[in-house]
Design a protein around this ligand. Structure first.
Ligand SMILES: Cc1ncc(COP(=O)(O)O)c(C=O)c1O
Length: 277
């Protein structure tokens, strides 16, 4: 694997798409961060959204497999919803068997960054970001481990090996802060609204019936929270992705990074408890 560094992860996606020079469409999960399909638009590479699975919250792999068997795609971008880190290696291997030229990009931008390539990972590209709101937030920077035989021409380089040392230093601090705030959320909020542990690193995620009302109460009390990601299937494509829509309709991401304190987390919990239905 070769390591690629760039000002942002999306720069790497863009350069890869341009270098590949293949105009076949890619498969993207419907709940992907909008900067990703925008990057595809800029590279003029078409894409098709695949819904997420209601069970795993990641791209529905049966749906993706059926599509790969039916027609030719240039690549598949697999994203880790809220940074849940498991890798579908069996699915990656299977996709390569059906479509050896399919580029598999494992988008790990919301996961805790790994400083070395995972040798067990069967994707062609393992992508990380250290931009705004990532687990390690340098406010810029992306890097990827890519297969040695993939030709990659970097557009611009501002992220250098020295930044890897910064990641190493910041990661420990970042994970400690997340652990501290997650303990607050996990101990105060009802277990049944919390997503499983694997989804709680990037932010602390809950699912509620009255998301909009609770968000309004959080903001009107002077705090903040987010609700990522809206399904893009009917915004940037002419399609629907019901499971991605359902997740987006119910999820609230509670902050657990250095922008938030334990005291704020406790107060946000109080607001949620007062407004849960
Ligand atoms: C899953 C995912 N992939 C890619 C990106 C793009 O990363 P960058 O901001 O470093 O371009 C983001 C940004 O939030 C993301 O959430």
């Amino acid at each position: 694997m070769q390591i690629i560094r760039a000002p942002r992860a999306s720069t790497i996606i863009y350069s890869l798409l341009i270098d590949l020079g293949n105009r076949s469409p890619w498969l993207l999960p419907a709940n992907i961060c909008p900067i990703v399909p925008i990057t595809f638009l800029k590279a003029r590479v078409p894409f098709h959204f695949v819904d997420i699975s209601a069970k795993t919250l990641h791209m529905n792999l049966e749906q993706a497999e059926a599509l790969i068997k039916k027609r030719k795609f240039g690549g598949l971008l697999y994203a880790h919803t809220y940074g849940e880190a498991s890798t579908p290696n069996d699915f990656f291997a299977l996709s390569k068997r059906f479509s050896p030229d399919l580029m598999l990009l494992d988008d790990r931008c919301l996961c805790a960054p790994d400083l070395e390539a995972d040798p067990a990972n069967k994707a062609d590209v393992q992508l990380y970001s250290t931009g705004y709101a990532k687990i390690v937030e340098l406010n810029f920077g992306g890097y990827a481990f890519i297969r040695d035989d993939i030709h990659y021409q970097a557009a611009h380089l501002s992220f250098n090996p020295h930044h890897h040392e910064e990641i190493e230093k910041d990661l420990k601090k970042s994970l400690e802060q997340r652990k501290r705030l997650n303990q607050v959320y996990a101990s105060i909020l009802p277990a049944e609204i919390q997503l499983p542990d694997g989804f709680q690193t990037w932010r602390f995620n809950i699912r509620v019936k009255n998301k909009q009302h609770i968000l309004e109460k959080i903001f009107s009390s002077g705090f903040f929270a987010s609700s990522h990601y809206a399904s893009l299937a009917d915004i940037m494509d002419d399609d629907r992705a019901p499971h991605a829509e359902t997740l987006a309709e119910t999820v609230i991401n509670l902050f657990n990074d250095h922008h938030f304190t334990s005291d704020q987390a406790e107060q946000v919990c109080k607001i949620i408890l007062e407004n849960l239905v």
